[in-house]
Design a protein around this ligand. Structure first.
Ligand SMILES: [Zn+2]
Length: 533
């Protein structure tokens, strides 16, 4: 049994038995295809309906230009977008797409949830700058999708992958997107609880009826969670008169606790750090969650996030200036300090189950693109009477609290990482990730190349001291991207007094700069070290 596969520049035949099966789900199975032009994934539907194939043909024809950049296995895949059809005996039964290696790209959840980040062995602690850079990259990619008339619809963090080194993002499950081609709309067929916008919930709209407003709202939710240590914007402390408990019911009722005015039925969770955000950022979230039809567009987010990153509106923490995961918005207190202090004596909350896509029974049909009138959005759900906790619920919460206490005690017994690690996002397009660098011991670079801080009285520098200066120079130019000049003053003054106007062998410095500092592993190590001394 062989498959005929339409790759971008060639049509090939491959035996099914030669393919490695890498996944299977309700819709179909996924296989790995290694080819001289790169590595690909094949999705073979269990039931390849005519609607699915028509939608795939449209998607293949209307592929966004920036879906992939770079070539071969070093390419950065920003969208696992269908590249070509896959046939058997002339019948289309699926498609081929770029392969996203799970060793190179991790789910966005790992950058949102402190619990998951802790579990991920090779992931450096994601700090504020990293989160902002991911947010900007995500909004930028989705913006490019919107510009050509496609929509994500089934947006949830599990459908986003992040390359931990470059912080580029990759959108997956692209065959479920709402796609437009030649004036015809091929709608989405699924969405996921906790990420369905309130207009759709209140009006009971299926995913096939949704467009850009769904993406704008769902991504605002993800950004809120990314900047608020996994707290959903509709996760608040409800008054006893509220009997609903599901997040989607809170969304339907407009129970958003983090807005500019106190809500009569819900108050913020104590763990929230929203009060440490700049007013412009809060205003963007407040608009999304109090007036969802006017949720900020992707280009608005990109503009705002770029302004923060490019204008260096991030500073180190006053209490822990050397703890590089303690970054804060300039003019505001440290979110990490607040988060850590508010976790005591409580344990970090466990994540609820991942939201699963909901797909209505009937497959959506392609439809001509029209400007249909927007459905109404009243928060008109009646407020139910006071809730009572059942015996079962009490037992459940008792058990949960017990496990959280055990979890907290265990987490306190772990030895903290002795090195403070900063992982600030680069402002220029970064180099592709290196597969083995994740597991490389960070400190080995310093041990394999002798390094010594120059003496202030020294006039001429030896190789080890030249290396210290070159490395420090690299660190300073990197830190300048995110830390205000004021905070860098001391480190620069020290560098100037120890390294500038000293006699040194220029060829040694040149070798260090062009050979050693070209190594991405060393670059990463230098970005991660709190102090070069
Ligand atoms: Zn702090």
């Amino acid at each position: 049994m062989s498959l005929e596969i339409d790759l971008p520049n060639a049509s090939i035949r491959v035996k099914v038995s030669d393919l490695e099966k890498v996944g299977a789900g309700g819709e179909g199975s996924v296989y790995l295809l290694r080819h001289q032009s790169g590595t690909f994934a094949i999705k073979r539907y269990h039931q390849p309906s005519q609607e699915r194939i028509q939608k795939l043909e449209a998607a293949i024809a209307a592929r966004p230009v920036n879906a992939v950049f770079g070539e071969g296995d070093d390419a950065i895949v920003q969208m696992a977008w269908p590249l070509g059809l896959v046939r058997e005996h002339g019948e289309s039964l699926g498609f081929v797409m770029p392969y996203v290696d799970s060793k190179k790209a991790m789910e966005l959840d790992y950058f949102i949830s402190p619990v998951l980040a802790k579990d991920a062995r090779h992931l450096e602690k994601p700090n504020l700058a990293v989160r902002l850079q991911i947010a900007q990259n995500l909004c930028s990619v989705v913006n490019s999708l919107h510009e050509v008339g496609h929509y994500f619809i089934d947006f949830k963090p599990q459908n986003i992958k992040v390359y931990p080194r470059s912080l580029h993002v990759c959108l997956i499950d692209c065959d479920s997107f709402s796609v437009t081609h030649n004036g015809v709309r091929y709608p989405a067929s699924a969405y996921s609880p906790q990420f369905i916008n309130p207009i759709a919930l209140v009006n009971d709209q299926p995913p096939s009826a949704l467009g850009e407003e769904q993406d704008n709202w769902a991504i605002a939710v993800a950004l809120f969670m990314l900047l608020n240590f996994d707290l959903h914007p509709y996760d608040g402390r409800a008054s006893p008169s509220v009997t609903v408990t599901a997040v989607d019911d809170f969304v339907k009722m407009g129970l958003y606790a983090y807005g500019p005015r106190p809500h009569p039925l819900v108050t913020p969770k104590p763990a929230s750090v929203h009060n440490l955000w700049p007013s412009e950022l809060r205003a963007l979230f407040d608009r999304a969650f109090t007036d969802p039809q006017r949720a900020p567009t992707m280009s608005e987010w990109v503009q705002y996030l770029q302004s923060i990153l490019q204008n260096k509106l991030i500073a180190r923490c006053d209490s822990k200036p050397n703890a590089v995961d303690h970054l804060r918005f300039l003019g505001n207190g440290c979110m990490q300090c607040a988060f850590e202090s508010r976790q005591k004596p409580r344990a970090i909350k466990q994540r609820p189950a991942k939201p699963r896509s909901v797909e209505p029974p009937a497959a959506p049909k392609p439809s001509p693109v029209t400007n249909s009138s927007k459905p109404s959005f009243p928060y008109n759900v009646p407020i139910p009477a006071q809730r009572k906790m059942s015996g079962e619920a009490k037992a459940f919460w008792g058990l949960l609290i017990f496990f959280l206490i055990v979890f907290f005690i265990n987490s306190q017994q772990e030895t903290p990482d002795p090195r403070q690690i900063v992982n600030v996002a680069p402002s220029t397009p970064p180099s592709p990730p290196t597969p083995q660098a994740d597991s490389a011991p960070r400190t080995s670079y310093f041990y394999s190349y002798p390094i010594r801080k120059p003496k202030s009285s020294g006039v001429s520098l030896v190789t080890e001291e030249i290396r210290w200066c070159a490395y420090q120079d690299y660190r300073i130019s990197y830190l300048k991207l995110t830390v205000s000049d004021n905070l860098l003053k001391d480190i620069r003054e020290e560098f100037n007094s120890l390294c500038v106007n000293k006699k040194l062998m220029s060829d040694v410095r040149e070798t260090i700069e062009t050979v050693e500092l070209a190594n991405p592993g060393l670059q990463q190590a230098l970005k991660g070290v709190a102090n070069l001394d």
